[in-house]
Design a protein. Structure first.
Length: 168
């Protein structure tokens, strides 16, 4: 199964933080919706999913949503998984060929740490943020991982998308 990590980053490389004061760039969100529909699924952490729901980010009725969380309290309309491997096994069993990782940073870092990401999609938003979360390949030691630029395209509104394949 091909696993794609999708994220919006600030121009200085941090995860772009969104809130009611600084909502996500519409062009980036529209790209996420398009990728989720193409994959037929997305995997997300509980906090990120709860924030999506609270902000009205819906419209995913025909998409399999897997929420990874250590909190196993049921959530309506989603599959709960305790680990990246469990999430991928569930989607594979459902017949999906691609899994889309929606966020957040802890989830992305967990998948990267276990070598479970095949492709990266970074939407670079035209903002600078003084504080932010970052991607880490390995939390214990520095690792070098080659990536291959597959595509670079503007999405509009100053958002640029970089798509990378992760090298072996």
């Amino acid at each position: 199964m091909k696993t794609i990590l999708w994220a919006t980053l600030s121009a200085n490389g941090n995860y772009a933080q969104s809130s009611t004061v600084n909502p996500p760039k519409q062009e980036a969100f529209a790209d996420f919706v398009s990728n989720a529909k193409a994959a037929g699924n997305f995997i997300v952490g509980r906090r990120t999913f709860e924030a999506m729901r609270a902000s009205g980010g819906g419209g995913f009725n025909d998409i399999d949503i897997v929420v990874i969380s250590s909190n196993r309290n049921e959530m309506a309309g989603v599959k709960l998984a305790g680990s990246p491997q469990e999430a991928l096994e569930y989607l594979h069993e459902k017949g999906h060929q691609t899994a889309l990782l929606a966020g957040g940073a802890d989830l992305h870092n967990s998948f990267l740490e276990h070598g479970l990401v095949d492709e990266l999609i970074f939407n670079i938003a035209p903002v600078l943020e003084g504080k932010g979360l970052n991607l880490l390949i390995d939390r214990e030691q520095y690792l070098h991982k080659d990536v291959l630029l597959v595509e670079c395209k503007p999405l509009g509104g100053g958002v640029v998308q970089l798509r990378y394949a992760i090298g072996g």
